[in-house]
Design a protein around this ligand. Structure first.
Ligand code: FAD
Ligand code: SIN
Length: 515
């Protein structure tokens, strides 16, 4: 029976950072990272713009970064968490550089800081336009050097193990004893017992049809935590990125980084009208919620399918140097940024809410931590400031680590947990039902729970999702489980929570807008 001291679910920046820190501090402990796809597959891998860290200089300071984060969050950030993340981000950045991460520098040797929407100063450290890939690679390199870390790809966490699964239930409080894991190479469901479990399962962009998030972003950790009884909060705050490349048929959508607007690109309508100053005096560099809604407004008014990014006035050589990935992607589609406009549309990008945690990353369930995009720490409030997500993951992975190592040895591995029971289930004859239902959910969410919502549309969505839920639960109960079926069940759970929280909220804040 697999047993471990620390079970880490997810191999993005949050999970890997936590695992590495524990392994360094406790060389005799056992850390197991399970991850449902290839070990590098994650939202982290696709992060482009970079990581926001404000050092005290002539041009910037942590004080300004705090003010910008609070402003973007529209009054709903927890101020003490914002201060923690901004201030502790500075030592965390030094650590990740020590682990090998490289950030672009100017010829003077200083960091070549980028600008993004909602920031009052240039403070984004980046590795060209593939910052996430650089971080993911360097973290994995470090992980592979650690003898006390096992990383298990293609292992899918189905559910957390709590008192609910115990043969004898002894108390009212909820503890997490590990998780049931479906090993895709053996097709067996195993119970992984752990002293401490960390959920680092990332976001849920796949709830929507148009998203920048890869296929793995199905909100599994949040759905598992919800089933186990954890508090889930702020799920109405879904951030749409203003500028996903409009390329019908391509899914997930390729991102045209906000840093491109920070570099000087304009937003235009099809008639080549620059419109952002009609909405905000910061123009293209207003925060994401404002830019995304402005594009949505212009598209609805004109009936156009997209807006356009104009880079024609920019220095192509410099552009290519900063954004080689974006430049090449455009080129493969026949878009020459010197002469052509880049078609863009808003797409679901980031989940501001999630599993509620305290300032140490502890959830409302004992022995269970959450960090990264699946957690709601209170940093983002109603809207995440660009490039604050990688930063939050680093800071909270560290805080979870500090708290977890204090208590882990007092927790025993729980032995009275039954094996997963598959009795009476059969393998579905075809999987097309699952694929259809996933698409249907994505369409409902995109059409009725998008950038601009209304109570009547939300109620309609609730009704339709209820039908999908009933069908899926029926299928779930009689089927031998597959990751696809579990993901569908989780996506439906998340859609339901997003709708419920949206119906409850009666004040427009940040990314949340209801008419
Ligand atoms: P992830 O990196 O998403 O990792 C989640 C992990 O959990 C994955 O390994 C996944 O396979 C695993 N997992 C999920 N469910 C299960 C399961 N059931 N069982 C086992 N494993 C599971 N943020 C910034 O700050 N700056 C940027 O420039 C930036 N650019 C972005 C660009 C794009 C295109 C996208 C999509 C996001 C961007 N973000 C950016 C957001 C940021 O990348 C993410 O919020 C952050 O990387 C999340 O890290 P994470 O470790 O929490 O989750
Ligand atoms: C981007 O590069 O535009 C994404 C940055 C982010 O999501 O923080």
């Amino acid at each position: 029976m697999p047993q471990t001291d620390f079970l880490v679910i997810g191999s993005g920046i949050a999970g890997l950072t936590f695992a590495l820190k524990v392994a360094n501090r406790l060389p005799n402990s056992k850390i197991t990272i399970i991850t449902k796809a290839d070990e590098s597959e994650s939202n982290t891998k696709y992060a482009q713009g970079g990581i926001a860290v404000a050092q005290k200089t002539r041009f910037d300071s942590p004080k300004h970064h705090i003010a910008d984060t609070l402003k973007a969050g529209d009054g709903l950030c927890k101020k003490e968490i914002v201060e923690i993340v901004v201030k502790e981000g500075i030592p965390r950045l030094k650590e990740i550089i020590k682990w090998g991460a490289r950030f672009d520098k100017k010829s003077s040797g200083q960091f070549d800081l980028g600008m993004e929407g909602g920031h009052s100063a240039k403070r984004i450290l980046h590795h060209k336009d593939i910052t996430g890939l650089e971080l993911e690679r360097k973290l994995l390199q470090q992980i592979h050097r650690k003898k006390n870390i096992s990383i298990l790809p293609y292992c899918y966490a189905i559910d957390l193990i709590t008192e609910h699964h115990k043969k004898q239930k002894s108390s009212e409080e909820i503890n997490c004893f590990g998780a049931y894991i479906l090993n895709k190479s053996t097709n067996k469901i195993e119970k992984y017992l752990a002293r401490i479990t960390l959920l680092a399962t990332g976001g849920a962009g796949q709830v929507y049809r148009n998203t920048t998030n890869p296929l793995i972003a199905t909100g599994d950790g949040i759905a598992m935590a919800c089933r186990a009884g954890a508090i889930i909060s702020n799920m109405e705050f879904i951030q749409f990125h203003p500028s996903a490349l409009y390329n019908p048929g391509e899914s997930p959508s390729f991102l045209i980084s906000e840093a491109v607007r920070g570099f000087g690109a304009y937003l235009l309508t099809k008639e080549k009208r620059r419109f952002m100053f009609d909405f905000d005096k910061r123009g293209e560099l207003a925060s994401r919620d404002i830019v995304a809604r402005a594009i949505d407004y212009e598209m609805k008014k004109s009936g156009d399918e997209c807006a356009y990014l104009d880079c024609r006035h920019l220095d192509v050589k410099e552009f290519k140097k900063h954004f080689p990935n974006i430049y090449n992607k455009c080129k493969t589609l026949g878009i020459n940024i010197k002469n052509d406009l880049i078609p863009v549309v808003p797409a679901a990008h980031y989940l501001c809410g999630g599993i509620k945690t305290n300032s140490q990353g502890k959830t409302s369930i004992n022995r269970l931590y959450a960090c990264g995009e699946c957690a709601d720490t209170g940093l983002h409030g109603a809207n995440r400031l660009a490039s604050n997500s990688l930063l939050e993951a680093l800071v909270f992975a560290h805080r979870c680590f500090l708290d977890a190592i204090k208590s882990y040895s007092k927790f025993k591995l729980e032995t009275k947990i039954p094996e997963w029971n598959q009795k009476g289930t059969t393998r579905p004859k075809e999987n097309i039902l699952i694929t259809h239902s996933r698409t249907e959910l994505q369409i409902i969410m995109s059409d009725y729970v998008g950038l601009v919502r209304s109570n009547s549309r939300l109620r309609l969505a609730k009704k339709r999702i209820k039908m999908l839920e009933e069908e899926t639960i029926h299928l779930y109960k009689r089927s031998i489980l597959s990751p696809q079926l579990c993901e569908l069940r989780n996506l439906i759970t998340l859609g339901k929570i997003m709708i419920e929280h949206s119906i409850k909220r009666n004040e427009n804040k940040g990314v949340f807008y209801k008419i």
